[in-house]
Design a protein around this ligand. Structure first.
Ligand SMILES: NC(=O)c1ccc[n+]([C@@H]2O[C@H](COP(=O)([O-])OP(=O)(O)OC[C@H]3O[C@@H](n4cnc5c(N)ncnc54)[C@H](OP(=O)(O)O)[C@@H]3O)[C@@H](O)[C@H]2O)c1
Length: 299
């Protein structure tokens, strides 16, 4: 029997990791922006309403330009808040389970220690506020919705910190990297594999079950951006001199959207509800680097 998923987002890093896992028993219909623009609520409703037999709906699309969102707030709110709300309403109308993604950036970073799902969000910027509204709207509209907060996604696909470091190192012998922002770097591939492995359980889980609600879904361990950069070059360039990495404070790189310093998410709920944790981020990074073409990894 085939398990059928309708996914918003086809080109993003997480979306592509999901698609890479499609198999004989798992059919993923991914909708790109050209097929459904998330600023069009009617198109969203039609896409879910007319999709035929479905077991699960996933939203892997979002407005992710954190700094640009400061000057495009309407678009950020449309894609990150109103669109997931529309998907959630359409799922509720068909009694379908819905998986949506959010971010550590709903928090201010002022807490000492890791954030749990019940901590009060206090976003520092438009992107974080738009994602927070999206979380709330989804959970309000759909009684079988899982909102997975992820952090510092890396992948062999798309644009991310890993790709940026390798690209910069190709032309710059010295890289300044911030050492006062901390999080749990997370492999998009591990997030995708976890969710798709849980998909049959989610499809069966009744409203009110422990599966639904907010979930911190990040790899184990934590790092600063600087420590992550060190790991990238240790693993990617084992036999050659890495670029000189210079630790600097966040204030070295002023950005339109102020960054939170502590973005570490606690994963106790992941363990208690699903009985597992994602592996250490460094192991996942090693696998992701192996996936990258040699030409990309070398300078
Ligand atoms: N990347 C991270 O480090 C990170 C960290 C925390 C949370 N998250 C969350 O994780 C999820 C996945 O992020 P990601 O890094 O995979 O995102 P991504 O690579 O930036 O991809 C975003 C996707 O959204 C699509 N999209 C944007 N605006 C759209 C619109 N108006 N209509 C239709 N599609 C639209 C993009 O399509 P186009 O290709 O056509 O633009 C793209 O496929 C998001 O919910 C994000 O907020 C990401």
């Amino acid at each position: 029997m085939t398990f059928r998923v309708l996914q918003f987002g086809a080109t993003g890093q997480l979306a592509r990791e999901m698609l890479a896992l499609a198999s004989d028993g798992l059919e993923i219909t991914a909708l790109s922006r050209a097929e459904v623009d998330l600023t069009d609520a009617d198109a969203i409703a039609r896409a879910v309403g007319e999709a035929g037999d479905l077991d699960l709906v996933i939203n892997a699309a979002a407005y992710t330009a954190v700094d640009k969102a400061e000057s495009e707030p309407d678009l950020a709110y449309a894609v990150n808040a109103r669109a997931p709300a529309a998907i959630a309403r359409a799922c509720q109308a068909r009694a379908l389970p819905f998986v949506h993604f959010s971010t550590d950036m709903v928090f201010s970073g002022a807490k000492t220690g890791a954030y749990v799902e019940t901590d009060t969000p206090a976003p520092l910027h438009v992107y974080g506020a738009s994602k927070l509204l999206g979380e709330m709207a989804v959970l309000d509209a759909c009684d079988r919705a899982l909102v997975a907060r992820v952090s510092w996604l890396f992948s062999a696909y798309g644009q991310n910190f890993l790709q940026m470091m390798l690209k910069l190192a190709a032309t710059q012998p010295v890289l300044k990297v911030v050492d006062d922002q901390r999080a749990r770097p997370t492999a998009s591939a591990d997030v995708a594999a976890f969710l798709l492995s849980q998909a049959p359980r989610l499809a069966r889980a009744p409203a009110g079950g422990p599966e639904w609600g907010l979930l911190h879904l990040v790899n184990a361990g934590e790092a600063s951006r600087f420590e992550m950069a060190q790991a990238i070059f240790e693993l990617a360039w084992p036999d050659r001199a890495p670029p000189v990495l210079e630790p600097v404070p966040t204030s070295t790189f002023p950005t339109p959207a102020r960054r939170a310093l502590n973005c570490v998410l606690d994963t106790a709920r992941l363990k208690s509800v699903f009985g597992l944790e994602l592996r250490p981020w460094r192991e996942a990074l090693e696998d992701t680097l192996e996936q990258l073409a040699p030409a990309k990894v070398s300078a």
